[in-house]
Design a protein around this ligand. Sequence first.
Ligand SMILES: *Cc1c(COP(=O)(O)O)cnc(C)c1O
Length: 344
Amino acid sequence: MLSQMAKNLVPYTAGEQPRDRKYIKLNTNENPYPPSPSVQAVLRGADYAALRLYPDLDCTELRDEIAKKEGVKRENVFVGNGSDEVLAFAFAALFDKEKPVRFADVTYSFYPVYCALFGLSYQTVPLTQNFLLNRKELCGGGGIVIANPNAPTGLYENVSEFVGMNVPVIIDEAYIDFSRGQSLATAAANSQNAVVVKTFSKSYALAGMRCGYAVAGAEIIDGLNRVKNAFNSYSVNTVTQAAAMAALRDKEYFNGRIADVVRTRDAFCDTLNRLGYACAPSQTNFLLATVPDGNGEKAYRFLKENGVLVRWFNAPRLSDKLRITVGTDEEMDALASLLERREK
Ligand SMILES: *Cc1c(COP(=O)(O)O)cnc(C)c1O
């Protein structure tokens, strides 16, 4: 008793969240550190009786805080229940059925799923040999989606030329806080065509809270609100709004944990290369390493059997690689010992 759409839909495959045993979990790019202690204070002090009320459906205070951080106005900010939801709304708000959307062949694998959900067509544009964008080929369709830094390559590129084009462009900056690159949020707010999407899940360590946002010109923000209010007006709950606000305000803690992850990341990248797991410098909180014998699946299974979960993609150009989330130094040491043993 299912619709044709539901029957045919191929959903996104998220990284495993196993319950059978305890793993060193380096497979879904979660932050290894807890969120700011001020988030804990918010949770402890939360007024449970107020939960009988619906949340602020406009997320006014949180949008003001985000606007301050991004140097834009409240009307340039949209907040959603995780950036996956914001991305879904953006696909619905920006792209038309007749004109195929273009994105890279190696990028966030949720993009084709949104296209399928909304009946949009798409064309994938192969990244270059070095896993960089083929900029010319990305243009010419009905819209463009770019993850920057890209996942799972971990590479950052300056994509400012896409802001101000005459096609709608979604720039997914889920990992920008771990990069040395500049966010295009302010530029997007001053444009007609671009929307920058960000998340609290990775750099703010709030994956369990589900909060993401978009920064764009007022027309695109209005479009996102129209889609949201046609689907679920109260998509961001009261506790999440307060927690995200607290996390944003604690800049010192945020900067400290980013520095910790970046330091561990760069050191582990060197370790991987020393062990023969070729790995380019990453601008994210994960590393993409090529397995010495080219068998990514076998390496993934070996690590899982030994208590370490990483991500392996059964996909062209990726099947000889592992995507490894940056954990604590202790976790990375444990992984390094395992890889060393395997290659001896
Ligand atoms: C993790 C991730 C997201 C989704 O983040 P949520 O806010 O947790 O939904 C979006 N885009 C990319 C590229 C990601 O890796």
